[in-house]
Design a protein around this ligand. Sequence first.
Ligand code: GRF
Length: 218
Amino acid sequence: MSMSGGEDRSPEEKFRLGVLISGSGSNLQSIIDRLHQGPGNIEIAVVISDNPGAYGLKRAEKAGIPTAVYPMSGYSSRAAHDLDMAEELARRGVDLVVLAGYMLIVTSEFLQRFPHRVINLHPSLLPAFPGGTPIEDTMAYGARVTGVTVHFVDEGTDTGPIILQEAVDIKYNDTVESLRERIHKVEHRLLPDAVQLIASGRAGFASENPRRVIIESD
Ligand code: GRF
């Protein structure tokens, strides 16, 4: 398999993350708590938001992590917005971009700057229920099981190679909010797990099928 992670770094060199958010940032918080400046040699180099009011920016500031805001309103095109953001991430030497509740779709211009280096978190078992309202859609469909997916980002919407997934049962009495709460608990574990696998070079692509991600312990 070809590896996607930090296998070429010297042991002293940190694996640097750029985390993109739009809102509360509870998943950002899970990366701060579990990985940032911990024994795994991972650090968050910058937190970027498109939304100046995102609470996640406060979480980053509290942890002493640099922040930047790139509102879409300042740009005439998404490509121009993303290229500026990519410039900032590259300037800060980011090895992996983590979309943690980032509500804009990243453009192909952005992805070309970070090939196989952008991951996303999605609150359903993809390929079921992609898009912007997966928890609502799952419940409206009447599904009995949903879950969490962490995947590499490609040019489609929620279509990239899957790194980790975990199922969450849907109870008859669940509301969107109660289900969201249980999904969040799984997300807070799965996203740092996936980052750690990539940072330590234990996640790679199968040579016979580049859609398949191999985890070293598989
Ligand atoms: C998460 O449920 C994630 O799956 C979705 O947006 C939510 C972000 O939550 N893409 P938070 O901002 O990390 O609390």
